[in-house]
Design a protein around this ligand. Structure first.
Ligand code: PLP
Ligand code: COI
Length: 365
């Protein structure tokens, strides 16, 4: 048993630990870490905490990774009351393991919870849940270049009830998966399909929340993107302003030193994006969060005002956009230095190779 040392409002939680007696062999772990891919192999344990309307957060556990027993009437299976997060643990040269701005993921999960009528998990519980899992599964944190342990906290309605209302029984879990490059082929410019027929989210909808339904609605347009030879899809809103990709934010670099990213109430506010914009601002770039239309994007590239476009997110870090493809056009995008240089600066901080001036790292192990 270990105890959460809660500093603020949340009472300490005691995690009951059950070790996995069928844990992967050292040879198997070594084989996976050699070439982890993304999200395909999971570590030996998982963490879960229950919530009920009557009892609040309770029964925190670390247990062997495995299937979750779920009643067929569990409301998540019918009404998609679910949220998740994505965050990584990075191995430093001295063997220690750190995560990046977990307070921001915790706060975003709380915001997602409010929108999806789920309970808010206190920040201390969120961070402690990561620490519990990474501590017990530390051998799964890779140390190769650009490798990490991807952590996936998620929360869902498990009450068996078919009435449409917020569930009174909820489960929170964290699972972990060793990760290499998100896109096969590493950091190479990606081709983006402009979705004209489908939206990811709408005004007043759930676009700002990290909830499964947003991803479900992106799958068909994403399949269309693959069919057009593209890696990802970019969505517009009803005003034809650029929103984001299926799983990443988008950033435009202008010739005059402005770095612009869409501001909207229906996109996910990326922590990678926020961090990159801070680093760009530290370098003297002017950062703007404002609506940017597809017209401004295409005109800006055509006139040479836009000198670089890149996508960013936890899984894919920073990936230059090399082409924008629509139903009747295909436009190569200018490639510059900034995306890759910001990527290097950010990953240097995450892997402990450069001073963490903003105090973004939190040591887990
Ligand atoms: N937008 C979407 C739809 C995402 O799924 C993600 C990934 O988490 C992001 C943006 C980027 O967010 P972050 O940088 O916090 O990972
Ligand atoms: C992430 O970058 O963490 C994401 O959630 C993107 C995708 C894997 C859903």
């Amino acid at each position: 048993m270990t105890t959460i040392d809660a500093e603020t409002t949340a009472a300490p939680l005691e995690f009951a630990v059950t070790k996995n007696l069928n844990a992967a062999t050292p040879a198997r772990v070594a084989e996976v870490l050699e070439n982890p891919g993304f999200g395909v192999v999971f570590t030996d344990h998982m963490v879960d905490i229950c919530w009920s309307a009557k009892g609040g957060w309770h029964r925190p556990r670390v247990q062997p990774y495995g299937p979750i027993p779920l009643d067929p009437a569990a409301s998540v299976l019918h009404y998609a009351q679910e949220i998740f997060e994505g965050i990584k643990a990075y191995r430093h040269a001295d063997g220690s393991v750190h995560t990046f701005r977990p307070d921001r993921n915790a706060a975003r999960m709380q915001a997602s919870a409010r929108r999806l009528a789920l309970p808010e998990l206190p920040t201390e519980y969120f961070i402690e849940s990561l620490r519990q899992l990474v501590s017990i599964d530390e051998r799964w944190v890779p140390s190769g270049a650009d490798q990490s342990l991807y952590l996936r906290p998620f929360m869902f309605a498990k009450e068996a009830f078919l009435g449409v209302r917020a569930a009174q029984k909820v489960a929170y879990y964290v699972i972990a998966s060793p990760a290499g490059a998100y896109f096969t082929g590493g950091v190479k410019p990606v081709r983006i399909w402009l979705s004209e027929d489908y939206a990811r989210a709408g005004r007043g909808g759930t676009g700002k929340a990290k909830t499964g339904g947003n991803y479900a609605s992106s799958l068909l347009p994403q399949a269309e993107a693959y069919a057009k030879g593209c890696d990802q899809v970019v969505f517009l809103n009803e005003n034809r302003d650029v929103e984001e990709l299926g799983g990443m934010n988008v950033v435009f670099v202008f010739k005059d030193g402005r770095v612009v990213t869409p501001e909207s109430d229906s996109i996910l506010e990326g922590i990678t994006r926020d961090s990159l914009l801070q680093l760009a601002q530290d370098r003297g770039y002017t950062v703007e969060k404002r609506p940017i239309s597809i017209h401004e994007w295409r005109e800006g590239v055509a006139s040479g005002d836009i000198v670089e476009v890149f996508a960013c997110g936890t899984a894919a870090v920073v990936t230059p956009i090399g082409a924008l493809v629509g139903t009747d056009f295909e436009e190569p995008q200018p490639l510059g230095e900034l995306a890759l240089s910001l990527r290097e600066e950010l990953t240097d901080i995450q892997y402990g190779r450069r001073e963490d001036k903003h105090g973004w790292l939190v040591r887990l192990v």
